[in-house]
Design a protein around this ligand. Structure first.
Ligand code: SF4
Length: 310
């Protein structure tokens, strides 16, 4: 059985173990992690719907397989994000927290769909910033992942824009005014690097940067940064398609801290932990509190010396 040292940041569930064993592994939780208010509000709204069978979810309500399976069990019609152009038969459509473009909103309404809108207000802020820049004559640079649904929703309403994911994508733009915004879940350090690259490649131009990274993402990234100072390895809990979860993994790897991305406690491989005595735990903004607790308990209970089953 795994032993661990009590730590002021970790409730000691098995106080006798530390006395019994020489080997010890600490599990330190990030000060801030897990589901953000935008995702929580969207889920609450979905749960409050009286008849889920008459509603189709327009893409993935959250990038979390567990939650998606639960919504499907409850009767919601589901379609993968790659098929958001399809029109389901259901009379109602639930717009996810990632938001959609005005163009798409009009398409759905013209098709007679009643929209249940759970767009996060912080995503709306990004749309607004992009449109304002464009209306003022700026060429809009969106820092984000080109295929992410949030970015798709933003750029569908623009006509003078580009999307950059990293500094290699940055170019000299043929425009006197450049407006820069960020996908809400961009890592602040990435945004800062890309902003510098835009400024370097576009000297003598007016560049307006609007920081549209959402506060929950920023706070979780900062908490992750603090956590990485204290641990030898990191466990990140979250959906495989969750951008902000991946950002937490990438931040660890950039700092030379091995990170493992799990969706549930069942994904934990005991042998992976063998070299480490201090392990951190964090989670993306679409991760349920219950899942985080399960992973935490499993970390306390797993035996890193166990032989993986063949
Ligand atoms: S990650 Fe940020 S923008 Fe996205 S739903 Fe959560 S709070 Fe809103």
């Amino acid at each position: 059985m795994l032993c661990y040292e009590p730590d002021e940041t970790v409730p000691n569930r098995f106080p006798d173990r530390a006395k019994e064993c020489d080997f010890a592994m600490k599990v330190i939780r990030a000060n801030e992690m897990g589901m953000c208010f935008g995702v929580k509000d969207a889920l609450t709204l979905a749960h409050d719907l009286e008849d889920p069978t008459e509603t189709a979810i327009h893409g993935e309500l959250v990038h979390n397989e567990e939650v998606l399976k639960d919504l499907e069990r409850r009767g919601f019609q589901m379609a993968p994000e790659s098929r958001r152009t399809d029109l389901p038969a259901s009379p109602k459509m639930l717009v996810t927290a990632h938001g959609i473009s005005d163009k798409e909103r009009s398409r759905l309404k013209e098709a007679g769909k009643q929209l249940i809108d759970t767009t996060c207000p912080l995503v709306r802020r990004v749309h607004l910033a992009a449109r304002n820049l464009q209306n003022k004559g700026f060429f809009v640079v969106v820092i984000g992942k080109p295929n992410h649904v949030e970015v798709q929703g933003i750029i569908e309403d623009l006509h003078n824009y580009t999307v950059v994911q990293n500094i290699d994508d940055v170019a000299s733009y043929d425009a006197p005014q450049i407006g820069v915004i960020c996908q809400s879940t961009t890592a602040p350090s990435d945004a800062a690097r890309i902003r510098s690259a835009i400024e370097a490649k576009n000297p003598d131009k007016e560049i307006r940067f609007i920081d549209t990274i959402c506060e929950p993402t920023r706070i979780r990234q900062e908490a992750n940064r603090e956590l990485l100072e204290k641990v030898e390895a990191l466990v990140v809990v979250g959906g495989k398609n969750s951008n902000n979860t991946k950002q937490l993994v990438i931040l660890a790897e950039k700092r030379g801290i091995p990170a493992i991305h799990v969706q549930t406690a069942a994904d934990l491989e005991p042998a992976w932990f063998t070299p480490y005595s201090v392990v951190g735990l964090t989670a993306g903004t679409s991760t349920l509190d219950g899942t985080i607790e399960e992973v935490y308990r499993a970390l306390l209970d797993l035996d890193p010396t166990a032989t993986p089953s063949s």
